[in-house]
Design a protein around this ligand. Structure first.
Ligand code: ADP
Ligand code: MG
Length: 452
């Protein structure tokens, strides 16, 4: 079986295991590019999918490959720009021009005790007006553990540096001579530890381990939404650490008041310290980020290339890194520096990303997810407030972002009289003018819709 067939088989299997949307997001434009002894090298379109496949789907992919070939022991994901695809598609027997050895971007090992990745530091974190408050609060905390802002709550869209920043705090404290115990946990991991602790009757062990910590960092805390049991446990953990002046650091994709189904007492705890956001970097900052990252890699690119990247790749910093990596791969493969023309060709995917377009499915999916509803519920003609509002917002966005006609929207929502849609649209519009929270929510939803 050749690589292509094997990968097709993996893809077919994966579709059983994950949702369509996830599948499209993470597995589109992936393929096996080569095999090196016990290692399969899989190319992915950008840094974002690389991270996800590596962190979330590694085991599942390997398991699937094992059903056909169990001599494979390891997977490596490499980012591959569009153009290079053609080069490799010559024939299977010949080794592609990409040598994995060349593709190594620095790999860091996660610290087993703290779960922190040492690559996230304050030194390599670029500060601009979009993140300077979050940055200075973080720095302050690393120097005054538990005493200045507690908890610290940082929120902002995906790929904007939340994880980087909260881990930088952890790393700095961990490396200081004071020997503080730091622990970084993703919220998903936290939830699963609680759930399995309850199931296996050993939750006390997990709780005891948390009680010894000086600095607890929980990433993507919005995942607590609707998880009642975990919220309850977290509330107690929070209090016991807080009372002992232990530092708590949280990140989220939205502010506490926009996390659905979050107990009031937790919300007020989250709001009791320092809340700060990270917004989008402007052009100058994007340019500065590119230059910093190049410097780290000891490389130079022409100014016009950098300006092109900075003015066209705007979604977030993760994309910016992905774009840069594409250029670096080109450089390493061709041992020539990409010029502006080449850059435009290489970055087609980033600039005209199909994920940057809104569509009906995406709006429904993202609005439902944002309000923690399943997609069917949003079409449910109930008058319950927690469903009516998301439904109105979905209608509003279909009108505003896709220019759907009112009757067309009405048909999508079960052929209702389209005056309901007109009413919904007007209501959201009006409320936005009076209510900052709603505007903020809409912005966050739109950001998600346009960032895939
Ligand atoms: P988030 O957690 O908000 O989704 P991450 O912290 O994972 O985002 O950041 C995405 C990528 O962008 C990471 O590789 C991170 O190192 C990089 N990054 C984010 N913000 C900055 C910054 N201000 N300076 C340098 N690199 C950054
Ligand atoms: Mg993150």
């Amino acid at each position: 079986m050749d690589h292509n067939e094997l990968w097709q088989q993996v893809l077919a299997q994966m579709q059983f295991h994950i949702s369509k949307a996830n599948f499209a997001t993470w597995f589109q434009n992936t393929e096996i590019i080569l095999r090196e002894d016990e290692k399969m090298v899989i190319s992915v379109p950008n840094a974002f999918s690389k991270e996800w496949l590596k962190n979330k789907y590694y085991k599942l992919i390997l398991k699937t490959i094992h059903t056909t070939d169990n001599s494979i022991k390891e997977l490596e994901f490499v980012i591959k720009p569009q153009l290079l695809k053609k080069i490799d598609q010559k024939e299977d027997t010949k080794k592609p021009e990409i040598e994995t050895g060349q593709l190594k971007f620095e790999e860091f090992k996660v610290n087993k005790e703290t779960n922190l990745n040492p690559r996230y530091t304050f030194e390599n974190f670029v500060v601009g007006s979009f993140n300077e408050l979050a940055y200075s609060a973080s720095l302050a905390i690393s120097e005054n553990v538990g005493t200045v802002y507690n908890p610290l709550f940082i929120y902002g869209g995906v790929g904007l540096g939340k994880t980087h920043l909260i881990q930088a705090i952890g790393n700095k404290i961990h490396d200081s001579p004071k020997k503080k115990k730091v622990k970084y946990i993703s919220c998903e991991k936290f939830v699963s530890s609680i759930v399995s602790g309850i199931r296996n009757h050993n939750i006390d062990i997990f709780k005891a381990s948390l009680s010894l910590i000086d600095v607890l960092i929980i990433d993507d805390i919005q995942f607590l939404a609707g998880k009642d049991k975990t919220q309850e446990e977290f509330f107690h953990t929070f209090n016991s650490l807080y009372e002992k002046n232990k530092q708590i650091i949280l990140s989220s994709d939205r502010p506490p008041n926009a996390i659905p189904e979050l107990e009031e007492r937790l919300r007020s705890r989250f709001e009791g310290g320092m809340i700060t956001d990270i917004s989008l970097p402007d052009y100058e900052t994007r340019l500065a980020i590119l230059k910093t990252k190049l410097q780290e890699k000891n490389l130079k690119l022409p100014e016009d290339v950098l300006e092109y990247v900075a003015s066209n790749v705007k979604k977030n910093i993760r994309e910016l890194e992905g774009a840069l990596n594409s250029l670096l791969i080109y450089y390493k493969t061709n041992t020539s520096i990409p010029n502006l023309e080449t850059t435009k060709r290489l970055l087609k995917n980033f600039v005209f990303s199909p994920f940057n377009v809104a569509n009906y499915k995406k709006i429904i999916e993202i609005v439902s997810k944002f309000y923690n509803l399943d997609e069917k519920t949003i079409f449910n003609p109930t008058r319950r407030k927690e469903i009516v509002r998301p439904r109105q917002i979905a209608m509003f966005l279909l009108r505003e972002e896709l220019k759907y006609s009112f009757p067309a929207i009405a048909r999508k929502f079960g052929g209702k009289d389209h005056t309901t849609v007109i009413y919904a649209h007007k209501k959201i519009l009006q409320e936005c003018q009076q209510n900052n929270k709603l505007t903020e929510e809409l912005n966050m939803i739109k950001q998600k819709v346009y960032s895939g």
